[in-house]
Design a protein around this ligand. Sequence first.
Ligand code: FES
Ligand SMILES: [Fe+2]
Length: 344
Amino acid sequence: MAKPPLSMKPTGWFQVAWSDEIGVGDVHPMKYFDQEMIAWRSESGDLTVMNAYCEHLGAHLGYGGTVQGEVLQCPFHGWQWNQQGRNVCIPYEDRPNRGRRIKTYPVVERNESVYIWHDINSRDPFFEAPDIFADFGDDRSAADYFPQQRLFRQGLQMHPQYVLENGVDFAHFKYVHNTPIVPVFTRHDFDGPVSYVDFTITFEGDDGQKIEDINSGVEAINGGLGIAVTKSWGMIDNRTISAITPVDESTSDVRFMVYIGRPAGPSATRDPARAEAKAHEFGAEVIRQFSQDIHIWAHQRYSDPPALASSELEGFTAIRRWAMKFYPDGRGGSAAELAATDSR
Ligand code: FES
Ligand SMILES: [Fe+2]
């Protein structure tokens, strides 16, 4: 294990919870980006994510704060804060403190997840959090899939970028995931803050297969460093979301979700319980595969500059340069120096 040399304050959308963890009236304490934060849901269902400390005398609103309709009330002296983090009531004064504001974060709820926009310079979001259904543009929705299966691992000594690099790392598939052959990339698009990687891969058969004969693959959309969604084709229909969120200067929380497609055909309608059990089994296998990656990431040391094979150079160079967009403090390893030299 080694503390990542890359900035743990990257810009982008990051998952901080699942929507169903925060019901109406709930106040949910959490820590990300070295900040104590809370997420709370108003009576009308609006979700707010803000820093946790009351601007009055500093009570932690996640421990005893209560939702009152559309505002949050501090447990210490009853001051009330609205969804923009503004003080709207001091119960023992006739006017609120209009000057003080608790920092709030742009938040979206998508695919059952809560994503916040994090930027140390408080810039507005400059891209959208990916949507595992809409973004693949194939008219499929959650209704076409069995319920989301989840993995949650907390406090791992790893950086979000490790997970993204996995997407260009063709050589690891055979060793970490026991794929019979090495996958081939058919798309590397690192132009914008949302990047796209497609590859041909199979998890079945033996190593006598030729890549030209493989009729299955994966398409990945990386929405910044924090959230990646994938869609498989030509194999059991599955989609995944991986979401890595820095907690402090050395650790991250990892959330991984998988959806297995509902089969059409007559056998599925004949025995729905069996179809669901099978889907559960396959989902567990996809999660197991991802856990194999985590086992590497959680103990790896970020290698910079890495000793790349010539066939790896293009992919890794592209992804490490792309990652620079998300490090406003310039702590992006030697790629940062590279980018700085380029722009001179
Ligand atoms: S500390 Fe929150 S109202 Fe006093
Ligand atoms: Fe992997």
